[in-house]
Ligand binder design. Structure first.
Ligand code: HEM
Length: 464
């Protein structure tokens, strides 16, 4: 028997506009994470709010997350939440569709990913060395965040399109495209917050930014299809490992231009800055925890002359703990939503203590708070809000730790993010003796776009 779940006490219970105003106030004021934390503390691990008349279950309960992401996977989708607001940018790409089209896109990405990813070390080496050359000499203050962004833009554009955007060289191609891309993403984010009121978003510049992005991707799709045709008709193969491109690998499987373009933009969106945001967070923490920096240096010391291979990166255990701790404490994808497409009773979430079954009706939304789960003191202990990589020596989380989602739709880019972050971090550890915090603000401050990043970047001095 499902039991009633705690509710947010609305002053305006029909549309829930009071909640929306509170949310927007926190969003603008830069305290959305705190706003969300306080409501969980007050109402429990799962509670219900009204959002533009829709019933939304907000949860930081790992059992509810598991039920929605995995056990009852087929009953919870995202197409109804994302497709209409994002079709102009992401088309019918993997991140906005459900059902057979998603399944096909997922299989396509997964197999193409594995092959391109393993061939990617050489590119990472090349771009990281350009990046290192841009860093200021001994002791000067630098915000590494924008530099990480440019580095990851180059590695990801080369990984996906086969050609780096020239971000580290500040090329015009990079500036023009990124201005349009960021504008297109921001507008899409606004439309998604507006939901059913998205018709209020009337911005000509947004339409043309979306067009510019799709035109850009089309150029690469067309060349990939041309290459594929040549390969098939003339038996030509571009098998040089470093030439592998995601767009080519995907084109082997589907030659539908719109599908290819949509999936390519869907991968580019998280790929273009994901690892950069993670790297910024790692350096943010390391600059405030010199003991951890020294332990990392000690770990890599005996291998510091060796070529940095995928296997070597994977052999550094403390480094892995540092990266995991960074994603736990400063989770980048803080929440994720699913739309219930078939009424379901999930085993937990109901009742004041959240331990009774909970009824979710078709049309309701479930919002899962990954970041809040990563800080749950009942699992992580009283020091859950502290950066302490050593906890990973004994921590064995299941659904309490899902910074990359979980179940069949979990992030296919997770290994790539780990490899890129680990590679760049080890190169910094090899080159510099010390990293010194130069930001007077010691606390991590939030800045939301589609994900959340460090508002103050990571302002440091690197000492050789
Ligand atoms: C730190 C960086 C990243 C984080 C925190 C992250 C996190 C996530 C999360 C939480 C999801 C949603 C999972 C779900 O809905 O269950 C996701 C999906 C996805 N991510 Fe990532 N991601 C990152 C980087 C990347 C990169 C670098 C790529 C590509 C190279 C990528 C490609 C994707 C794709 C294609 C999906 C959609 C999967 C699907 O719907 O089946 N992500 N990611």
């Amino acid at each position: 028997m499902a039991v009633e779940t705690p509710r947010y006490h609305h002053k305006e219970p029909f549309m829930g506009l009071d909640y929306f105003l509170g949310f927007m106030n926190a969003f603008k004021g830069g305290f959305l994470l705190q706003f969300s934390h306080e409501l969980f503390e007050k109402l429990g691990n799962t509670y219900i709010v009204k959002s533009f008349g829709k019933k939304v279950f907000k949860t930081r309960d790992q059992e509810v997350s598991k039920a929605v992401h995995a056990t009852y996977f087929e009953n919870f989708g995202l197409q109804g939440l994302r497709y209409d607001t994002a079709v102009h940018l992401w088309g019918n790409g993997i991140i906005v569709v459900d059902g057979p089209h998603w399944k096909h896109g997922r299989a396509l990405i997964k197999s193409s990913f594995d092959v391109v990813h393993l061939a990617n070390m050489e590119r990472l080496r090349k771009h990281t060395s350009t990046f290192l050359a841009l860093l200021p000499e001994d002791g000067l203050t630098v915000d590494l965040a924008p530099l990480f962004k440019r580095l990851i833009l180059d590695t990801s554009s080369e990984f996906i399109f086969g050609e780096a955007m020239g971000a580290l060289k500040d090329s015009k191609q990079f500036t023009d495209f990124m201005n349009a891309f960021e504008y297109a993403q921001r507008g899409t984010g606004i439309r998604s917050v507006l939901g059913r009121l998205k018709f209020l978003h009337r911005d000509e510049k947004w339409w043309s930014a979306c067009q510019q992005v799709t035109d850009y991707a089309d150029r690469y799709v067309n060349t990939a299809l041309k290459r594929l045709k040549e390969e098939r008709t003339q038996g030509k193969t571009s098998q040089l490992k470093e030439r592998l491109r995601l767009v080519d690998e995907m084109a082997r499987d589907t030659q539908d231009r719109v599908t290819l373009r949509s999936h390519i933009i869907s991968v580019f969106s998280p790929a273009h800055d994901g690892a950069a945001t993670a790297l910024t967070n790692v350096i943010f923490h390391l600059a405030r925890h010199p003991d951890v920096w020294w332990k990392l240096k000690a770990e890599i010391e005996s291998t510091k002359e060796e070529i940095l291979t995928y296997e070597l990166l994977n052999s550094y255990q403390y480094l892995e703990w540092v990266l995991k701790e960074t994603h736990r404490l400063t989770t980048i994808a803080t929440t994720n939503q699913r739309l219930c497409v078939k009424s379901t009773v999930v085993p937990f979430g109901g009742g004041q203590d959240g331990r009774s079954p909970m009824y979710i009706q078709k049309g309701d939304i479930v919002e899962i708070h990954y970041r809040a789960m990563g800080r749950d003191k009942t699992f992580w202990g009283d020091d859950a809000d502290l950066f302490r990589p050593e906890r990973w020596e004994s921590a064995r989380p299941g659904w309490q730790y899902t910074p990359f989602g979980g179940g069949p739709r979990s992030c296919p880019g997770m290994r790539l993010v780990f490899t890129e972050s680990a590679y760049v971090l080890v190169m910094l550890l090899r080159k510099y003796k010390e990293i010194v915090n130069r930001d007077p603000e010691l606390e991590w401050k939030e800045e939301f776009c589609l994900t959340v990043q460090s508002k103050n970047g990571c302002v440091v001095a690197l000492v050789a």
